[in-house]
Design a protein around this ligand. Structure first.
Ligand code: HOZ
Length: 427
């Protein structure tokens, strides 16, 4: 596989951009080698600058649930761009998107649009603190909620990939307000609540963890968390930036039947353009300016291009059978990869919820960050490269999810499983 143009660009990028990338995991540090520079993408395929073609399971880390450049979304973006790219004034599509979000997530009685998941999380926590008049935040080890200061403790995604437990640059004064508990461990949550009873404003969780690889919630864990938080007047925040509109139209909260106080969305609702949203109970959201005193603002918030792309994406997702098809194809893929590993005598643990999945290189079970990090990441790196060489683009980190889109055909899945057989044999 020729990679000289990517290599040349990466070398220049490293002179200009920290690590040559605008987001750390892209740098391939944990899998070794050099990132491929992408020239274009269509459907399930990525095309790099050296003209290599890959079946893409990163999908921009989740948003491209319809595949790349779906015609309905491209048309919507083009048409919106022709009407102007930003006004800094309200528009009708923002109302439509807020309504669509509320229809899908009834717990989000009021919604505020922002420009990224990180921004949405920071804002949700601010309003949670404003509402409860407390400062403490509890999060779960291995969950990633963007790069807001007080959420970088024991976080997943890039920090897990690069082995950074807590980021320098976060003042101790901020970090001291953050408590962490192991994912799926309700006993520790109980203990922490007990010893910090009047301090905790909120507990934030990825209801399906997607940033330490995919780790589903244990049966009843979310229900117990809901009960505990209600009992102690602590707000429960679901970070559904990944799972929202991904595991079903109503996200993880509809799948598991749990109603959080606040929800954070991103990724899919922008159809591949930068967007985030947070929302929840009316009485909480009405604390936000200009109704209330909790301040949050943004020049590009509710950007017309992003909102149009989001609306066009959601319209496709409302079509009958979309999630069923995604689930069925993902099940075939997960089973096929598992069988390929078995055949080659490689011990893996497959996790999956709908169209988000991970192959952990550990016998498992994988239920939290401690068990996820038992994975043989060196072996994952070799697997990743054997797949890449065969035209299958997985996340360049063990601790990220693989995603399917509606554009992934059964042939794509079959080709991927064949590639997995070859890759596992080579390990
Ligand atoms: N932290 C993101 C995935 N969970 C990666 C973002 C990116 O590199 O684009």
């Amino acid at each position: 596989m020729r990679t000289s143009r990517s290599a040349k660009l990466f070398s220049e990028a490293q002179q200009l951009i920290p690590g040559g990338v605008n987001s750390p995991v892209r740098a391939f540090r944990s899998v070794g080698g050099q990132p491929r520079f992408i020239a274009r993408a269509k459907g399930s395929r990525l095309y790099d600058v050296d003209r290599n073609v890959y079946i893409d399971y990163v999908l921009s880390w989740g948003p491209m649930i319809l595949g790349h450049a779906p015609s309905a979304v491209v048309t919507a973006i083009k048409s919106a761009a022709g009407r102007g790219t930003s006004y800094g004034a309200p528009t009708e599509p923002e109302v439509l998107l807020a309504r669509e979000i509320r229809n899908a997530f009834p717990s989000m009685e009021k919604v505020r649009l922002v420009s990224s998941g990180t921004e949405a999380v920071m804002s949700a926590i601010r309003v949670a603190r404003g509402f409860t008049k407390r400062t403490g935040v509890m999060k779960f080890e291995g969950c990633y909620h963007g790069h807001g200061d007080y959420l970088l403790a024991k976080a997943g995604s890039g920090l897990a990939t690069l082995g950074i437990p807590d980021s320098p640059g976060v003042p101790e004064d901020f970090a001291k307000h953050t408590l962490t508990a192991p994912y799926n461990d309700i006993h520790t949550v109980q203990q922490l609540i007990k010893s910090n009873r009047d301090r905790l404003a909120c507990i934030i969780i990825e209801p399906i963890a997607g940033n330490m690889g995919v780790v589903p919630p244990a049966p009843d864990f979310l229900a117990a968390l809901r009960q505990l938080t209600s009992d102690h007047n602590i707000l429960l925040i679901f970070d559904e930036v990944i799972s929202g509109f991904r595991v079903g139209y109503g996200g993880a909260q509809a799948l598991y039947g749990i109603t959080p106080d606040l929800t954070v969305l991103g990724k899919i609702i922008g159809g591949g353009l930068p967007v985030g949203a947070y929302g929840g109970r009316k009485e909480i959201m009405d604390l936000i300016a200009p109704v209330g005193p909790v301040y949050q603002a943004g020049t590009l918030s509710g950007n017309p291009l992003a909102v149009s792309a989001g609306l066009a994406t959601l319209k496709q997702l409302r079509m009958k059978g979309v999630y069923k098809k995604l689930d069925e194809r993902s099940a075939v893929l997960a089973k096929g990869i598992g069988e390929a590993a078995n055949k080659a005598g490689i011990s893996v643990t497959q996790t999956r919820v709908g169209s988000m999945l991970t192959t952990f290189f550990t016998p498992g079970p994988v239920v939290d960050w401690n068990t996820a990090k038992q994975s043989d990441t060196k072996r994952y790196g070799r697997f990743f490269h054997h797949m890449l060489e065969q035209g299958v683009y997985l996340a360049p980190s063990q601790f990220e999810a693989a995603f399917l889109s509606t554009a992934h055909s059964t042939q794509d899945i079959e080709k991927t499983i064949r590639a997995a057989h070859t890759a596992f044999k080579k390990l």
